[in-house]
Design a protein around this ligand. Structure first.
Ligand code: CP
Ligand code: NVA
Length: 311
């Protein structure tokens, strides 16, 4: 049994296979084909933070694959009503896969340790690997390849940018992040990425124009993530010169697309002008959450299982 707690959990070839499945399933859906590959399988969506995209894309994805899903919000008492090992062992008996969104990454690791079922990280404080799947799927669709492309992230060294750094490293892409001083991705994490993907090109700078130079995609995320609302005012000041606007997009080059994981705070990390410009791919990117995650679900619940049995 395999989990998807972060992109460290899959090899580069496995990641390519997940993308391939995602592209295939997207093409089949477009031509009206919905195969019940996951018939009878049940996904639990265990969320302790709000969500639009992650929740709806997983629920629809499971339904399209012939499976079903249950949304498990605050009332199931994850971490509140009973000990984590009791909660995990019980819930794991019912569900074939759990997609969980937690404040602390360790909570998801505990669930994986005790549940005995497949766990997918639907966002933690550490990373957001499902988001990175959709992001690179979108870049691939736009430019026909990933290897050798440069993706620039302008903003916080957070869950989204950490997963992007690792996803790019694994796929032979250059990753550049411009963050204000004190908000960079931790060197310890970058070192771990470089250990996992030796030779990867990762640049950290405090200059947005430097980061976006030569990039095929410019990406940003909110300045204050969920749970950091109390820091909003301070972050608005600290990130003031890190807004993605028309001028910064011009510095990236003519064909560069704009990406954002959403939800966005228009007028803060990105202007309306960029969100709605012809090079913005935010809608396609959000749509690809479902297609990429269907690839992930099929891989985790069929191919990865078969592989374990064959070994
Ligand atoms: N990008 C993303 O994960 O969106 P939600 O918070 O709406 O799930
Ligand atoms: N960094 C953001 C991403 C939301 C999808 C957050 O954690 O709130």
């Amino acid at each position: 049994m395999r989990h998807f707690l972060s992109l460290f959990d899959v090899s580069d070839d496995e990641l390519k296979r997940i993308f391939e499945l995602g592209h295939q399933l997207k093409a089949r859906l477009k031509s009206g084909v919905r195969e019940p590959i996951l018939q009878g399988k049940v996904a639990g969506l265990l969320f302790e933070k709000p969500s639009l995209r992650t929740r709806v894309s997983f629920e629809c994805g499971m339904a399209q694959l012939g499976g079903s899903s249950l949304f498990l919000g605050e009332d199931v008492g994850w971490g509140k009503r009973e000990a984590p090992q009791d909660f995990s062992r019980v819930i794991g008996q019912y569900l074939d896969v759990i997609v969980c969104r937690a404040k602390a990454h360790e909570k998801v690791e505990t669930l994986a340790k005790y549940s005995g079922t497949v766990i997918i990280n639907g966002l933690t404080d550490l990373c957001h690997p499902c988001q990175a799947l959709a992001d690179l799927m979108t870049v691939h669709e736009e430019f026909g390849k990933l290897e050798g492309q440069k993706l620039a992230f302008v903003g916080d060294g957070n869950n989204v940018s950490r997963s992007l750094a690792l996803a790019c490293a694994k796929m032979g892409m250059e990753f550049s992040i411009a963050a204000p001083k004190g908000y960079e991705i931790e060197q310890e994490f970058i070192d771990k990425v470089l250990q996992h993907a030796p030779g990867a090109k990762i640049e950290q700078t405090n200059d947005p124009a430097e980061a976006v130079a030569g990039a095929c995609a410019v990406y940003t995320d909110v300045w204050a993530s969920m749970g950091q609302e109390a820091e909003q005012a301070k972050r608005e000041k600290d990130f003031a010169s890190f807004q993605v606007n028309g001028k910064l997009m011009d510095a990236a080059g003519q064909d560069a697309i704009f990406l954002h994981c959403l939800p966005a705070r228009r007028g803060e990390e990105v202007t309306d002008e960029v969100m709605d410009c012809p090079h913005s791919r935010i809608v396609e990117q959000a749509g690809n959450r479902m297609h990429a995650q269907k690839g992930l679900l099929v891989w985790l619940l069929t191919e990865a299982v078969d592989k374990i049995h064959l070994d």
